[in-house]
Structure formats: C-alpha cells, structure tokens
Design a protein around this ligand. Sequence first.
Ligand SMILES: Cc1ncc(COP(=O)(O)O)c(C=O)c1O
Length: 369
Amino acid sequence: MIPVFEPSVGEDEVEAVAAAVRAGEISGSFGESIPLFEQEFAAYVGCSHGVAVTSGTTALQLAVAAAGFGEGDEIIVSASTNIASALAAYHNGAVPVPVDVEPDTWNIDLDLVEAQITATTRAIMPVHLFGHPVDMNHLTEIAREHELVVIEDCAESHGATVRGRMTGSFGELSCFSFYANKIITTGEGGMVMTDDAELAERLRLLRNLAFQKPRFFHEEAGFNFRMTGMQAALGRVQLRKIDGMIDQKRRVADTYNRLLADVPGIQTPVERDWARNVYWMYSIVVGEDFGVDRDELMTTLQRRGIETRTFFCPLNMQPCLQRQRGFREVPSPVAEELWRTGVYLPSSISLPDETIAAIVEEIDAAGRR
Ligand SMILES: Cc1ncc(COP(=O)(O)O)c(C=O)c1O
C-alpha cells in the first residue's frame, strides 16, 4: 500500500532523542531542548515567543484560553477544517462559527466573514488548509476593523508564506502541529507563537497547571499541555531539515500538477500569485466530467494499493457542534461539496516521481472505465 504519508525521521533524530533521554530530558519540566526548540521555531516563523505543547489541538485550546475567550463569545472559523480548530473554542465554552470556503484555495472565503460577525464575535481563526495560506493581509484588515483577535491555525502550513511573510507571524496568536504527518514532526506535539510577552507568559502559566507561588496553590484552572524534552530534541533536528522537506513537498506537487493537467475532470490545487503553498497534502477535487465519482475513485485506488483520504467534513455538519448551545449551522455549500468531491493523494516527501506517475495513471484509467 502506498500510504498518504510516511514520516521522514532518520538516525539524526534517533540520536538526538537518545541524547535527551540520557540527559534526563524525559518530561516537560527539565533540560535545554524545550526552550531551544521554542526559540528556534519562533525565529523560523518570525515571532518573538514560542510555547511548546502536546499537540496542535492543545495549542489551539491553550491559545483561546490565554486570550480569555469563553462562554458568551463567538469565534469565526473556516468551515472546512480539522475538528480541532472548532474544539479549541468549544472546550473553552466559546462557540465556533463556520464560514464557507473558496472553491479553489479551499480556505475561508473572506467575502463571507463580515455577514457572520455579531456583537459577541471576539476572534477569527484562519486555517491555512493543505498548505495554501489564507490572504492574511486582507484578513487582518477585517479583524482590525471589527476588533477581532486573530488566532492562526498553521497546523498544515509550516513555511507557507503570504507576500513573502510566514504564516504564523500575522496573528496575535498562532498554532502549529507537529503530529507525525506534519511538515516537521515531534511525534505528537504543537506550539503556540506570539509576539506579546504578556500573552506568552500566560500561555506558559496555563500550559503548566497554572502553578504559582506558593506552589500547589492555584488561582486559575490550567492544563497540563507540556511537551517533553525528548520530543523537543526530535523537533530541533527536524527543524534543521525543514527547507529541504518543503522543497520535496513542492516537487511532489509539481509532478502531480504536471501529470494531472492531462486528466479531464480533475481539479488540482492552486497557488495564488502572492502565496507560497507548501502542499502539506496533495489534494484534488473530482469533477462531474470525470468518469466516476470521488468515492468510486477512492475504492479503485484502494484496490490498487493506493491510500487516499477525503477532505474534512464541514463544521456546520458536525453533530458534536450542532448540539452545542448557541451553535449556528451556517450553510457552507462549497465546503459541503468539497466533502463529497475532494480527496488527497499520497504526499510523502520520499515519493519518487515514477510512483507519482503510476498513481496518476491509475487515476486516469479509473476515469476512463
Ligand atoms: C488544520 C488542523 N488543525 C489542527 C490540527 C490538530 O493537530 P494535532 O493532530 O497535532 O492535534 C490538525 C491536525 O492534524 C489540523 O490539520
């Protein structure tokens, strides 16, 4: 089976993790690896502070908590995203408000945002889906006008840029994931970035059960979202390789784009002229004029040993959110259509061009059957 992704972790990483274990950096409280990884990744993104946590999910949850949003607050989110984006609001008692996406970048449609802003809207969470950035200059203008805090979900966009500036450097807060299938990984892990020293302090406090003085007396209800030193050691080695990894992601995308251009009925990813897409997962949309529908294509590819995955189920269709008091099922026809027709293909950086060619041949043949 050709998997949708294979992590790229080598002997350098193994040695770094072993060294961290030998140095006793096994928890989230000791050693140099965590602060060093935080500083190095913050420098890469172009932010002043990084706070390493256990996952992208907890990074988002912590960011919303540190910003002080909860019951009675609404947070605008792209409708087509991992449920984690919405749960960051949900688990803080705030209500996520889905906004439909653009049919080509698959990112939040900024023309639809203002219609969803109410007196209780506090923040907006752009998600840079599959590695294509949201137009953060435009989004920041909207946020400024309506006094909304911007919390970027960069789980899929390490290294993606908007007019040359890194995703993650625009929002008051931005959140990354280092899950195994992300551009760089720590196994499980995440990080919240900010330029605001006070917010960074608050993130650190809440990450660590809000320990204060005297110890074991807690004014606030915090979380244990600490990343371990072993993971940070792994992340530091991965970070040194990030440029090469992104080059490979772009090579994989170029090859697919070139070969799929001749396959009728397949919509390929775009890259706006102001954007650098890092093609986290190479995604396509199966059109009406392709010979079979998306599900049939996926079944055929599965039989041929090619793993694929659908796009995300839109937030307005998620039962766990529909049951939340105050949740608005904002219709998201584009995201709903993408849920029916979108699929992502094997996207590992180790994928040779010949294998990509074989995958495209299978797609072409499936459409002609
Ligand atoms: C857009 C988006 N946000 C958040 C997450 C959550 O990240 P994690 O899996 O590290 O919790 C993911 C990931 O998988 C994601 O794709």
